[in-house]
Design a protein around this ligand. Structure first.
Ligand code: GTP
Ligand code: MG
Length: 198
């Protein structure tokens, strides 16, 4: 697919986000998990702000592609060093985003650092998405230093962990590395398929 970035919008309020009825794909996950880096890797451009320090993305960023669909870069969750007030503002902004975009929200990519064991906060977010009837796919990040067998092992363990924590059906997963460019086609193919249904 030819990918052209046709516009970029940053908003602190969901009410100000683009009103057009175009499908959008949101990237969520713990602060520093690699959301902005993954978006840049997919687009082959440094358009989303990235940083080695957590808390870089603070707004709702719509990156419009081919005048037709958007990738949405969101602030991360779980960054302990932010003030309580700032954290609750960001949480409200993100949850409002998820509940108020309606049918435009075609899918959520929930990013998980493949190098660390399952985190409670990620599971809580997955449960929240399910409760709000929002479709999501797990995207494992930072797989660059791992061998295929190791990756399989971690995902099997993660699936098992979810099954033992009341998840009857484990959500789909895609493995990525923004450093090595892994997972780009899987994510784009997913988007193309969902765009066709929109
Ligand atoms: P916030 O906006 O703060 O929520 O963070 P984010 O999830 O957007 O993370 P960001 O893309 O800014 O990346 C955070 C750090 O992880 C940066 O230092 C990146 O270089 C690093 N990083 C991102 N993706 C990868 C990856 O695939 N592999 C490795 N090894 N590092 C990565
Ligand atoms: Mg970011």
């Amino acid at each position: 697919m030819q990918i052209t970035v046709t516009d970029f919008y940053s908003n602190a309020n969901v009410a100000d986000c683009p009103k057009e009825n175009r499908p959008e794909y949101a990237f969520i996950g713990r602060s520093n998990v690699g959301k902005s880096s993954l978006i840049n890797m997919i687009l082959n451009r440094r358009i989303a702000y990235t940083s080695s320090k957590p808390g870089k993305t603070t707004l709702i960023n719509h990156i419009l592609i081919n005048n037709n669909w958007s990738l949405v870069d969101l602030p991360g969750y779980g960054y302990a060093k932010l003030s309580k007030l700032k954290r609750s503002e960001i949480l409200k902004m993100t949850q409002d985003y998820f509940t108020q975009r309606g049918n435009r929200l075609a899918s959520v990519f929930l990013l998980i650092d493949i190098r660390i064991p399952p985190q409670k906060i990620d599971l809580e977010w997955m449960e929240w998405l399910v409760q709000n009837k929002i479709y999501f796919i797990r995207v494992f990040t930072k797989s660059d230093k791992m061998k295929k067998g190791q990756i399989r092992n971690v995902i099997d363990k993660y699936d098992h962990y979810m099954k033992t924590n009341h998840w009857e059906k484990v959500p789909e997963s895609i493995v990525t590395s923004s450093v090595k460019g892994f997972g780009k086609d899987e994510i784009l193919n997913k988007i193309i398929k969902i765009n066709e249904l929109f």
